[in-house]
Every structure is written in structure tokens, then in C-alpha cells.
Design a protein around this ligand. Sequence first.
Ligand SMILES: [Zn+2]
Ligand SMILES: [Zn+2]
Length: 144
Amino acid sequence: MSAENIYKGSCFCGAVEFDVTGDPIVMGYCHCESCRHWSAGPVNAFSLWAPDAIEITKGEDNILTYNKTEMSYRKSCKTCGGHIYTDHKPMQLIDVYPAVLVGLTFEPTMHVHYQETVLHMSDGLPKFKDLPEQAGGSGELIEE
Ligand SMILES: [Zn+2]
Ligand SMILES: [Zn+2]
């Protein structure tokens, strides 16, 4: 077996700690209204992993799970409200916010839900109107 990367992460206060093992399947930016509202930011960076890539190493019972839709079970810390990850159960993927992982080089390759953007970004990366076809979207691209 080759050595796998292990990235350590924690919530804002440190009550919850976790390891994420391997490499992300894809990284990018989501511009959807839900991510903006949840993250309280104009755009949300994502890194998608297999569901078993994450292991909670401290404070598992301190995690709050909230799902507004069946698509996204959003996990945060009960103490500080810091975001941890989102379980996209139907897609069998989890989104660990790159900003909470130590040592992960954020290498975005796409923007998704760009039709909902409030912050245009001119970086030459593909801008999907909703999602790529492999992720159940239209695959349509929008000009920068
Ligand atoms: Zn916390
Ligand atoms: Zn989103």
C-alpha cells in the first residue's frame, strides 16, 4: 500500500477534531443560495471525498446535523457553530470545507451552480450553470 495523505481538521473551537484520508475527488466553488446562506459568505469552497474518508477523532457527540433537504446533511459544532462538513447522502459524497483542513492545497477545477452567483470570478475555470452531468446536473456551462 502506498502512503496515503492524512489531513487534520477541527471546528472553530477545537471541540470536534477529525482526520480526512486520501485525496479529494474534486475541488471547486459552489455559488448556490443554500451554500451562501449556510456559510454566510458570497461563495463556498468545497472538496468532495468518499464518505468513509472522514474519521471523527474527538467530540463526535458534539456534532449538530441539520438537513434542509435530503441532498445535504450539514454538520457543525454544537459549541462554536463552526462548520465541519456536509454529507451529500444521495450522491454518496461528503464535502469537507477546505478551509478547516490543515495542509490541503486547494486546487479548484470548477464552479457549480454559477447561475445563482452573486460574486463573479474570472479565473478561466469552467462555470457550470448547475452541476456537471456526472453529478446529475445539466452539464451546461456559463460564460465568465
Ligand atoms: Zn467547535
Ligand atoms: Zn451549494
